[in-house]
Design a protein around this ligand. Sequence first.
Ligand SMILES: Cc1cc2nc3c(=O)[nH]c(=O)nc-3n(C[C@H](O)[C@H](O)[C@H](O)COP(=O)(O)O)c2cc1C
Length: 188
Amino acid sequence: MKKNIGPVNALYPMPVVLAGAIVEGRANFITVAHVGIFRHDTVALGLGKSHFTNRGIAEQRTFSINIMPDELVVETDYAGIVSGRKVDKSTLFEVEYGPLRTAPMIAAAPVSMECALLDVLDYESHEVFVGKVENTFADESVLRNGKIDLAAVRPMLFDMFQRKYWRLGEAFADCWSAGKKLRGESAG
Ligand SMILES: Cc1cc2nc3c(=O)[nH]c(=O)nc-3n(C[C@H](O)[C@H](O)[C@H](O)COP(=O)(O)O)c2cc1C
């Protein structure tokens, strides 16, 4: 039997993203690993209430999610250790806007999503911002047959246990397919 190590949230790795919002009239970016999907068109960000970004998302009712590649580790980590309340993070990146107009996106991120705020869940220490993905922008270089190719994106993954950033390994099996073997069918 495995050892009980207490109520440790073991759901890592998670992708590390930079969420963008307009706060006090300027673009601000926050590093977020507690980001999730529970429906294809919907994303959720778990943000501590003390963060500067929260107010901007609540006021503008929009935010962006930028998938950060491994070569931007320094900037990605930096956005997670300084607050926009003290440091102007709007000049860290070239910023672009899409049709929502108030969700600042990072030009250097190979994939960015513009999201419209649907709901805010209020917990004691955190707020969960639930957003609908309205538009997704992908650099041509990371598209294969019109779809996002993770090998080209090289997303950073977050490991809370060892406090490390990881890279993806290799794809090794097909989803909705590998299990067919146990139904007596050939996978493929
Ligand atoms: C790798 C990494 C992951 C982080 N993930 C989260 C997160 O999921 N939720 C959160 O509230 N803060 C997270 N943080 C902390 C915020 O990014 C950090 O406090 C940031 O400075 C807040 O910026 P702001 O005050 O400009 O909004 C993370 C930081 C790092 C370095």
